[in-house]
Design a protein around this ligand. Sequence first.
Ligand code: ADP
Length: 449
Amino acid sequence: MTCIEPIDVPPQLTHKATVLYIDDDAVNRALINRLLSSYNFKVVEAQTGLEGIAIAKKERPDLILMDINMPGLDGHETTTRMRSIPALDKTPIVALTARTAKGERELALVAGCDGYITKPIEVDNFPHQVIAYLEGQRDTMSGAERQHFLGQYSQKLVERLEAKIIQLEQANQKLHKVDKLKSDFITLAAHELRTPITLIYGYARLLQLTAQESDDNVPPEGSPGDLAGRIFDAVHRLNETINDILNISLIEANQMRLEREPVNLVEVINAAFRELNRTNPQRLLTIGFDHSLTSLPSIIGDPQRLQQVFWNLLSNAIKFTPDGGSISVKGWVVAPGPAETGLSHAFPTSTASGSGVVVTVADTGVGIDLAEQVNIFDRFYIVANTAYHTSSKTAFQGGGLGLGLSITRGIIQAHGGRIWVESPGHDPQGMPGSTFFVFLPFGDSPYAS
Ligand code: ADP
């Protein structure tokens, strides 16, 4: 058994020296950690090159021991990367490797290492070797050698880069294939479900009308009319979900067709609101339509699709605003150029004049994290943890399939318009709110039928 004798810490090391050891092998890490700790070093471990870089930036170790053979960034690449970080460019880095072939030492040095220790280590000697590097020992090579090995090292880097690019391209192709399979499956499943649901939907409505004993709008609870009404409402929701899925596949395939006609946006927004209000009158929210909306001129568009846009935006505003909050809808004309509106960043370059209308839906709700503000328009994207998913179109924090904004954006883009959101961030206590902006041009949609 090896007996470990305490050794003198060099006088210039006035503090307990920190050694960062980067190695993917846990057994090696445990051995070096025990050995150096028993000589009063503080040892910090990292499993990968990337982790090592992050820890080194934070811990600023006195010395780094670098394994060379590692998955991901290998020891050479990790060292080269560290040398480009000002805080680490002077830190001694010592390669600790089982690679003993000719030229390995030189490759480690041109990559940026200051020294080279081979594995298996000599337990008695190893701490002294580490101290020597801490005291300033640096391995050297001649200028000609350096030149030669630098060429070899850059060759190796380019080959590794090429292999990585090929790997990434293959992985990307595979992802595309899987993504297409998933989209095809979702679309097919939605088509298959649509036929029986249309039948159930029709019969549920018939049943509701037949079972309604009087003209009374609200049948007594538990009566056949009430039960048939509940079936109808549930099937209606199922039908909406299936339509959402089919709509998103149309948008993805660029096949959304618009029935274009002059559209009065106030009527469309009111219709969307009436529809939402009908399904859930219980939330205590103040919803205001600014008088600016009444003076909006008509645009050319598809009224049904645009109703869906404002239904989605209002439904989200209702869902993400707690009781007692408020939602306001405003509108104005932008003409002739977006630069004058102060909103130029948000306008599509394809909109020649940029003239059209902007409608905003603002709420005093939970707000949206800055980093999520682009993602929320992606299909199936939900910010909240799906483990806590509650399915509702209007309940506070109720969830959906993550398709609403994606469909909304698809419809707006089909009109040649644009949607974006502004929010200071997500804060369920402070309720900073969100404002969605919809820009719709007067009528030069690329999808005009
Ligand atoms: P869904 O169809 O499930 O409602 P959306 O595509 O409409 O999904 O919205 C995606 C996500 O964007 C929501 O899960 C929510 O986190 C966030 N979001 C949308 N509108 C708002 C809003 N007004 N306030 C806060 N978060 C919102």
